[in-house]
Design a protein around this ligand. Structure first.
Ligand code: PXG
Length: 443
C-alpha cells in the first residue's frame, strides 16, 4: 500500500489507543509488513524493530511456523466454548507452559489460567488472590498492594494497583488498594548496568503498610520484577528477596507481573528465574504467542489453585473469558514455544546482555542523556525534559528514529528499547549507532 492509497482512506473512524489521535492522523506512521528484525512502512521504508513491536515479538516477525499453525487450527477447529466445554489444544498448551513455568523444572507454578491480554491476566491474578485468601479462611484479606510507577494494564483492577497517574486520575478506582514507593533513584543509582546497588530497603514499605492496615487485611502484592512502561526500572539488589520475605512472614501472596519480563526478555525464561525469587502467581501475555494473536496466561502456584479448586462442588471460580484458551491462540502459542525451544531464545539474551549493555551505555555523554539503565535485552534511556514541555524531546527522538528507519518506544522522557530476542550483535551495534545519530540531531 502506498502513502497515496493511505491518504485516500479515512483515518477518522479508528479511535487509536494510547495515541495522540489528532497529531498522529495529521502525520501518520503506518506499518505495512514485517519480517525478522524489520518492519516495512507504507512508503516502503525498512524500519529496524528495536522494541519487538510493543515488547511482544520475541522471536522476530513473520514466523511461518506460527502462521501455519494458526491457519491449520482455524481450518480444524476455529472456536470452542471454554465454559463447561474443552478442546485438546488448550490442554496441550497449558501442559507445555507448565513445562517451562517460572522457577524451572519442578516449579509448582504449573496451573494455567488463559486470558486474552496482559490487562486480563492482571485482573485474573488479583481475583484469584482474593479467592485463595477466602478459600483458606482469610476472607478479611481484601486489600491489594501495588507500587508507584507500576503498569498493570488498563482494567479497573490493573489501574487501581498501578502507579501511573495519567492512567488513574480520570477513573474511579478499587477501594482498599495501597502502594509501595517506586525504586527509581538516579541520584544514587545513575547509569547502572544490571541491578542498582541502592534501594533494597524500599521493600520495607510493605512493613509500613502492614503496620498501617494490618496484615490480616492484605491479600496480595503485585509488582513488575522490572518495571517496563515506566521506563525500564530495575529492582535494587536484594529488593525482590526482601519483598518475598515480608510476604511470607505475613501470609501475603506475591504476584509478579511478567507481561514484559516473561519469555526470555531478561536472558532467563522469567523474572522469577533471573532473580531467583519465588512468586505465587505470574501474569504473562505479549511474547506468549510472539504477539501473533492476543493471548495472556496466569501461572498459578499449585497450592493457590488447589485451595480454590477444593472448595464446594460446582463452579469454583466465577471468572473467565469467551476467548480463554482460544484454539488459534493456543496453536500460535504452541508454535511459539517450539521456536523458543529450537532456537534457545528464552536464554539467548544472557549471552548478548554484555554486548547490549556496552552498546547502550556507549550513549552516555551524548546530548540530553541523563540516565541509562540496562538489564537482559531491555534498556531505558532518560532524556532531559525540554523546559515546560515534558515528554516532547523523547517523542521527537522517536519520530526522528522512525523516519530514519528504526522503531523505538518513547514513554515520558524515556526511550525504552527491547529488540526481538533474535537480534544479532551487528544489529545491537546498529541500534546504538542510530540512536547516537538521532541524539546528535535532536534540539
Ligand atoms: N502488565 C504489564 C507489566 C505490561 O507491560 C500490561 C500488563 C497490559 O497488557 P495488555 O496486553 O492489556 O496491553 C502491560 C502492557 C509501553 C507499553 O509503552 C507497555 C504495555 C502496553 C502498552 C505500552 O511500555 N504493556
Amino acid at each position: 500500500m502506498t502513502m497515496r492509497a493511505v491518504n485516500e482512506r479515512s483515518l477518522d473512524e479508528f479511535w487509536m489507543p494510547f495515541t495522540a489521535n489528532r497529531q498522529f492522523k495529521a502525520a501518520p506512521r503506518l506499518l505495512a509488513s514485517a519480517s525478522g528484525m524489520h518492519y516495512r512502512d507504507t512508503e516502503g521504508r525498512e524500519v529496524l524493530d528495536a522494541t519487538a513491536g510493543l515488547w511482544c515479538v520475541a522471536a522476530g516477525h513473520g514466523r511461518p511456523q506460527i502462521a501455519e499453525a494458526v491457519a491449520r487450527q482455524l481450518g480444524t477447529l476455529d472456536y470452542a466454548p471454554p465454559f463447561q466445554m474443552g478442546h485438546p489444544v488448550a490442554f496441550a498448551f497449558a501442559e507445555r507452559l507448565a513445562e517451562v513455568a517460572p522457577g524451572g523444572p519442578g516449579s509448582t507454578l504449573d496451573r494455567i489460567f488463559f486470558t486474552n491480554s496482559g490487562s486480563e491476566s492482571v485482573d485474573t491474578a488479583l481475583k484469584i488472590a482474593l479467592a485463595y485468601q477466602r478459600a483458606i479462611g482469610q476472607g478479611t484479606r481484601t486489600r491489594l498492594i501495588g507500587r508507584e510507577k507500576g503498569y498493570h494494564g488498563v482494567g479497573f483492577g490493573g489501574i487501581s494497583v498501578g502507579g501511573l497517574v495519567n492512567n488513574r486520575r480520570m477513573f474511579p478506582l478499587l477501594p482498599g488498594t495501597d502502594h509501595l514507593r517506586h525504586t527509581h533513584d538516579p541520584g544514587r543509582n545513575g547509569f547502572t548496568r544490571g541491578l542498582p546497588e541502592h534501594g533494597a530497603e524500599l521493600a520495607d514499605d510493605l512493613e509500613r503498610l502492614i503496620a498501617l492496615h494490618g496484615a490480616e487485611t492484605i491479600a496480595a502484592v503485585i509488582v513488575e520484577p522490572v518495571a517496563g512502561s515506566a521506563g525500564v526500572l530495575v529492582p535494587p539488589t536484594g529488593y525482590l528477596e526482601r519483598l518475598r520475605a515480608i510476604c511470607d512472614a505475613h501470609g501475603i501472596l506475591l504476584i509478579f507481573d511478567e507481561v514484559i519480563t516473561g519469555f526470555g526478555r531478561l536472558g532467563a525464561p522469567f523474572g522469577v528465574d533471573y532473580f531467583g525469587v519465588r512468586a505465587d502467581l505470574v501474569t504473562t501475555a505479549k511474547a506468549l504467542t510472539n504477539g501473533a494473536l492476543p493471548m495472556g496466561a496466569v501461572f498459578v502456584d499449585r497450592r493457590v489453585h488447589d485451595a480454590v479448586i477444593d472448595g464446594p462442588a460446582g463452579i469454583e471460580l466465577f471468572h473467565g473469558y469467551t476467548y480463554s484458551g482460544h484454539p488459534a491462540a493456543c496453536a500460535a502459542g504452541l508454535a511459539t514455544l517450539d521456536i523458543y525451544a529450537d532456537e534457545a531464545l528464552l536464554t539467548r539474551g544472557a549471552a548478548l546482555a554484555a554486548r547490549w549493555e556496552d552498546a547502550v551505555h556507549s550513549l552516555a555523554g551524548l546530548p540530553h542523556v541523563v540516565d541509562i539503565r540496562t538489564i537482559g535485552l531491555m534498556a531505558g534511556i532518560d532524556l532531559a525534559p525540554r523546559a515546560g514541555a515534558p515528554g516532547v524531546r523523547a517523542y521527537e527522538l522517536f519520530v526522528d528514529c522512525f523516519e530514519t528507519g528504526m522503531l523505538v518506544r518513547a514513554t515520558g522522557d524515556t526511550i525504552a528499547l527491547s529488540p526481538p530476542l533474535i537480534v544479532s550483535e551487528a544489529q545491537i551495534d546498529e541500534i546504538a549507532a542510530r540512536l547516537a545519530d538521532a541524539l546528535r540531531r535532536l534540539a
